[in-house]
Write a protein that binds this ligand. Structure first.
Ligand SMILES: [Zn+2]
Ligand SMILES: [Zn+2]
Length: 371
């Protein structure tokens, strides 16, 4: 079938993207879903920093590629042998499919599925190959999702069914921002009630980490970002202190924080988070710095202060367990995801949304492929 979609032909276009327009709306051909795959009508797709990183070349993905990896929609067709979904189901996508069979999956850490990671790196479906073509030539999938499109073929292992009453603009954020941010606090750091906690970088993932810290009853909670409006939002979402990066967290808490979450994706921010981590504390990093960035810390402090540094991908999550839990938190009023939504726009505005994300003034923008 035909679908309008957002193509990245090459990376590294000059800013602003509203002028250079590197994201092209094209009409793709979608092959029917193969066994285990479904066709989804995409209703909402999030603008995440990793999309920007593919666009500016920070993160290497095979090009040309259809962008987008955070979305929600409705299942409208099924391939053969689909076991867990039916037509009409509302779904949210997860940007790393879990095969369920590899060593990592069977060890209970599907966030590290080696089969899904390999197919993502190749730009293919986890079942192999591409279902997208343009002018008769195959186009790559982005993390098995490619949701900047009116319709998308996804493996059922890339989808989680959600209840019908959740607004799809909200549900779109579950599969990346929330899994990554909340997962960093709950799964990676295992933050406990009463533990002090800091979040560096208040984008969609960082503010999700903050919401996770509130749910975990961490206290006090620090939120650190150079943008004043984001600090204000953090305070209204439950942070006890909101600091500019030029301020010293230890002026407020001399011992430092027991849990530090770095969500800015910069080595210097990770260094600041590590240095603000208390003796015996843990620094968890979820941001994706440029490949050439190196981290420089006091090697002695790691041992003498018995600190831990931990990387967290996909929030070390098990999406089939974590996302239904987010739904429960949201329904109980404890996960105000709506507050992270800065704006919604038609898909034709996708270049402008990337400029806004680059400018760092926005938290999460969502695009609507059918508008
Ligand atoms: Zn993302
Ligand atoms: Zn696996």
């Amino acid at each position: 079938m035909k679908s309008l979609a957002v193509l990245i032909r090459e990376s590294g276009a000059p800013l602003p993207y509203a002028i250079s327009r590197p994201l092209e709306i094209v009409e793709i051909d979608l092959a029917p879903p193969a066994p285990g795959e479904v066709l989804v009508r995409i209703e909402a797709a999030g603008i995440c920093h990793s999309d920007l990183s593919v666009l500016n070349g920070t993160r290497q993905r095979p090009l040309p590629i259809i962008g987008g990896h955070e979305s929600a929609g409705v299942v409208i067709d099924l391939g053969a042998d689909v076991r867990n979904l039916k037509i009409g189901d509302h779904v949210t996508s997860v940007f790393l499919p879990s095969c369920g069979l590899c060593h990592e999956c069977t060890s209970g850490i599907p966030a590290y599925c080696s089969v899904g990671a390999a197919s993502n790196a190749r730009g293919e479906m986890i079942g192999g190959g591409s279902r997208i073509s343009l002018d008769g030539k195959p186009v790559n999938h982005y993390n098995g999702v490619s949701c900047y499109s009116q319709y998308a073929v996804l493996d059922e292992r890339s989808l989680i069914k959600i209840p019908d009453d959740i607004p799809l603009d909200v549900a779109a954020l579950f599969g990346c921002a929330l899994l990554t941010g909340i997962g960093a606090v709950r799964n990676s750091a295992k933050a406990q009630p009463g533990q002090s906690l800091g979040v560096w970088g208040l984008g969609g993932v960082g503010l999700s980490a903050l919401l996770g810290a509130v749910i975990a009853k961490a206290s006090p909670i620090f939120a650190i970002d150079p943008v004043a409006s984001k600090r204000d939002l953090a305070l209204s979402l439950g942070a006890d202190y909101a600091l500019d990066p030029s301020e010293n967290l230890r002026d407020h808490l001399p011992a430092g924080v027991a849990v530090a979450v770095e969500a800015a994706g910069r080595a210097d921010t990770l260094k600041a988070a590590y240095e603000a981590t208390a003796r015996g504390g843990i620094t968890v990093t979820v941001g994706l710095p440029r490949a050439e960035e190196m981290l420089s810390i006091s090697a002695l402090s790691l041992v003498a202060e018995m600190k831990t540094i931990k990387g967290s991908y996909l929030g070390s999550a098990n999406p089939r367990v974590d996302i239904p839990e987010f739904v429960d938190f949201w329904r109980a009023g404890n996960l105000p995801v709506e507050r992270l939504l800065t704006s919604t726009s038609p898909m034709s505005q996708v270049n402008e949304t990337m400029d806004a994300l680059q400018g760092a003034q926005v938290v999460r923008q969502v695009i609507h492929p059918h508008e």
